[in-house]
Write a protein that binds this ligand. Structure first.
Ligand code: CP
Length: 316
C-alpha cells in the first residue's frame, strides 16, 4: 500500500482496497475524540487551508471541524468572489496555489471546474484534497458514505446498492470507482438524460464493477441493502454560483424514496444521502430506522480527521 503521507486525494479511481481499509481503521482509532467532543493535539503544528470556489455546508465545515478536533489551525475562503480569483483579475489556479502552499500544510479545495484540484496539485508542494470538482469527483463524501455503510452493516462486501439520482454527479462517479474494490452489486437508477455517460460505463466495465441500470427504485427495492441518493433536480455544477429558480421541476416517483416505499424493502435497508436534498427524499423518512444521513454528518468529521492525520503524516 502506498503511504498516505504527503499524498494528494484527488480521485477514488486509483484507490486500492487497502487504502480504504486503512482510512477506515484510522477513523475508528480517532472516533472517540469526536464522540466525546474532545480535541487532541495530533496536528497542533499544522494548518489546513480551505479554498472553496463553490458553496458548501457539510464538506468545508466537516473538514474544518476535523482539523480543530486534531488541534490544528484553519484558514481559507468560502467565497472566491472575495479573492483575486473571483474578481477582475480572475487569478489562475497556478498563481493562486503558489500563494496558498505557503499559508498552509494541506489544501482542501472545492471548485466548479472539473479537474481544478488536480491542476492545483500540479503546482502545490503540500497535499491537495479534492472536496468536489464540478461534475468530476467527490472522494471525501464517498469515503464518508462507505465508512457509514461499514459501520452500519459491518461489511461492504456482499451488499447490493441502489444508486438513485443524476449519474453525472461527482458522488456517483466516486462511488462507482470505489465499487471496483469491493464485492458489491449496484443498481443504477436515473432519468435517461442523467444516465451514466458511455465512456464512464466503459471504464466501469473494464474495472469489473457489477452494475445494472434499472427503471425505478420501486423495481429493485426488495433486493437492496443500501439506497444511495442524489437529487435529479440539479444546479449546474460548472457554475460558481446558482440560485434556485422560481419554478423548478419536481422529482418523478421513480427516483423518490418515501416511507411507504421503504415498507416494501428489506427491513434493515439503510438510506444514505450526501445532502442537500430536494423532494427526492421525503422528510417523513427522517424518523424511520432506515435513515442514516444524519449519522453521515458525524462520520464526515471522523473520516476527515483520519484523512488529515494520514496525509499530514501524523498516522501511518
Ligand atoms: N455533501 C456535500 O458535498 O454537501 P455540501 O455541498 O454542503 O458540502
Amino acid at each position: 500500500m502506498r503511504s498516505f503521507s504527503g499524498r494528494d486525494i484527488l480521485s477514488l479511481r486509483d484507490f486500492e482496497r487497502a487504502d480504504y481499509l486503512r482510512i477506515f481503521d484510522v477513523a475508528d482509532e480517532l472516533q472517540s475524540y469526536a464522540t466525546d467532543r474532545r480535541d487532541t493535539d495530533l496536528l497542533k503544528n499544522k494548518t489546513l487551508l480551505t479554498a472553496f470556489y463553490q458553496p458548501s455546508t457539510r464538506t468545508r465545515l466537516a473538514t474544518e471541524a476535523a482539523m480543530h478536533r486534531l488541534g490544528g489551525h484553519v484558514l481559507g475562503f468560502s467565497d472566491a468572489k472575495m479573492t483575486r480569483a473571483g474578481d477582475f483579475y480572475q487569478e489562475s489556479i497556478k498563481d493562486t496555489v503558489h500563494m496558498l502552499e505557503y499559508y498552509g500544510d494541506v489544501i482542501a479545495m472545492r471548485h466548479f471546474q472539473m479537474g481544478a484540484p488536480t491542476e492545483a496539485a500540479r503546482w502545490s508542494t503540500v497535499p491537495v484534497i479534492n472536496c468536489g470538482d464540478g461534475w468530476g469527483e467527490h472522494p471525501t463524501q464517498v469515503l464518508t458514505d462507505l465508512y457509514t455503510t461499514l459501520g452500519e452493516k459491518g461489511t461492504i462486501d456482499g451488499l447490493t446498492f441502489a444508486l438513485v439520482g443524476d449519474m453525472r454527479m461527482r458522488t456517483m462517479h466516486s462511488i462507482l470507482y470505489a465499487f471496483s474494490q469491493f464485492d458489491v452489486k449496484a443498481y443504477v437508477i436515473s432519468p435517461i438524460e442523467m444516465a451514466l455517460e458511455p465512456e464512464f460505463k466503459a471504464q466501469l466495465e473494464s474495472r469489473n464493477v457489477q452494475f445494472e441500470e434499472a427503471p425505478s427504485i420501486e423495481e429493485v427495492i426488495h433486493e437492496v441493502d443500501v439506497i444511495y441518493m442524489e437529487p435529479v433536480v440539479q444546479p449546474d455544477y460548472t457554475l460558481s454560483r446558482q440560485e434556485k429558480a422560481e419554478t423548478y421541476a419536481r422529482t418523478p416517483p421513480a427516483y423518490q424514496v418515501t416511507r411507504d416505499l421503504l415498507r416494501e424493502g428489506k427491513s434493515d435497508v439503510i438510506v444514505l444521502h450526501s445532502l442537500p436534498r430536494m423532494d427526492e427524499l421525503a422528510p417523513d423518512v427522517d424518523c424511520t430506522r432506515h435513515a442514516r444521513y444524519w449519522t453521515e454528518a458525524f462520520n464526515g468529521v471522523v473520516m476527515r480527521m483520519a484523512l488529515l492525520a494520514l496525509v499530514l503524516g501524523a498516522m501511518e
